[in-house]
Design a protein around this ligand. Structure first.
Ligand code: NDP
Ligand code: ZN
Length: 374
């Protein structure tokens, strides 16, 4: 059976055009600053790959940086989206552990697991800087009636029974990115930390740091729902960046000592200076924020111990892949992490993708994260 015939049978929503080519509907970045719908060819499923039909999708602030700030450069008719739970509609002949009909969590980062970078312990950079970030960056993303996943055995994870696909959709990017902030910073039991930004990523940074044993947790943000949920995840002190510099507030509340670790999940290129000013010597600053604009990051010389502070400044892209997804899913199964608190807007139907992305762009004050259920 040809690939085109099998799709027609499985999906019933694909259009066979005049010359017999199968096409799909997708929501795309047409060019910097412009989004819209497009008909695109069905992707080829290679021997190690899978094709997946989404059942829950979420837009990401990264899509907003990519489209409206042009942060990774010009793209033409690139399908957006990298957060999806879906049903497998085709698997390649070498795929061992997944079959058609399986419902899977798809990580935002889908590395090539045989790459040298993956062997070195940095799969997110497989093939070069940020090379594991394929969806909605270097290949079509998941806002499509069907999308392609490379290295299916290495990258997909079965959705555990009893887990809501919308909750699981938070595992694709929000949870691993937020948790990455603690991992990169090396959060330890009793550490005092400051999480800058408490959108969905920062909220997962708070939750991840608390799971790792953080003590006092400052959380920086203003949207009321985000503030309420940050407290539920374990923030002990809330700071508004609109009430003065973050560092001046944290230093005042810590008798001038500062915090052990700063986790950055919001702000801009100037946020690093604030972070360095309030972190202790030998502390660490970790960034998972996607810096969409600005050419340089400035480090304040004196507060950086005139270059000898032992303050560790790092940025990291989330870890992708199946093992990470399975382990994070186990936190939902065991009840140790409740991602449903992040979901403030539930939209339904494929056409709602557009509305969900515009919500993410406009950030109404009651929003944390929208999900589209298909
Ligand atoms: P949101 O826009 O929802 O949250 C941003 C947070 O930063 C809000 O709490 C906001 O406060 C706060 N903020 C805004 N301006 C400042 C400022 N000047 N100083 C301090 N805090 C500020 O974003 P998301 O949580 O969805 O995403 C966070 C970042 O993570 C984005 O840049 C996103 O692209 C990136 N990202 C990175 C990934 C990775 O793998 N590294 C993957 C996914 C996302 P307020 O409450 O006032 O809105
Ligand atoms: Zn994202």
């Amino acid at each position: 059976m040809s690939s085109a015939t099998s799709f027609s049978r499985l999906l019933g929503m694909i259009v066979l055009d005049k010359i017999g080519v199968v096409t799909l509907k997708a929501f795309v970045m047409k060019k910097i600053g412009e989004v819209g719908w497009a008909e695109k060819p069905v992707p080829e499923c290679g021997p190690l790959d899978a094709l997946v039909k989404p059942i829950a999708l979420a837009p990401c602030t990264s899509d907003v940086h990519t489209v409206w700030e042009g942060a990774v450069g010009e793209r033409s008719d690139l399908t957006l989206g990298h957060e999806a739970v879906g049903e497998i509609v085709e698997v390649g002949s070498f795929v061992k552990d997944f079959k058609v009909g399986d419902v899977v969590i798809v990580p935002a980062i889908t590395p090539d697991w045989s790459s040298l970078e993956a062997q070195a312990g940095y799969p997110m950079h497989s093939g070069g800087m940020l090379g594991g970030w394929k969806f909605s960056n270097i290949k079509d993303g998941v806002f499509s009636e069907v999308f392609h996943v490379n290295d299916a055995d290495g990258n997909l994870a079965l959705l555990p029974s009893g887990v809501d696909p919308a909750d699981a959709c938070m595992l694709c990017d929000m949870v691993p990115t937020g948790f990455q902030a603690s991992e990169v910073a090396g959060v330890e039991y009793g550490d005092s930390i400051c999480v800058i930004g408490i959108g969905p990523v920062g909220l997962m940074a708070v939750a991840g740091a608390v799971l790792k044993g953080a003590g006092r947790v400052f959380a920086v943000g203003t949207r009321p729902n985000c503030v309420a949920v940050a407290k539920e995840y374990g923030a002990t002190d809330i700071i508004s960046y609109k009430d003065g510099t973050i560092d001046s507030q944290v230093l005042k509340m810590t008798d001038g000592k500062g915090v052990d670790k700063v986790l950055i999940a919001g702000g801009n290129v100037d946020t690093f200076a604030e972070a360095v000013r309030m972190v202790k010597p030998y502390g660490s600053v970790s960034n998972v924020n996607y810096l969409g604009s600005g050419d340089f990051i400035k480090i304040p010389r004196a507060e950086w111990g005139v270059g000898m502070s032992h303050i560790d400044i790092q940025g990291g892209l989330m870890l992708g892949g199946r093992l990470r997804m399975e382990k994070l899913a186990s936190l939902l199964v065991s009840g140790r992490l409740d991602t449903s608190k992040l979901i403030t807007h539930r939209l339904s139907g494929f056409d709602a993708i557009e509305e969900s992305l515009l919500l993410m762009k406009d950030k109404p004050s009651d929003m944390i994260k929208p999900v589209v259920i298909l």
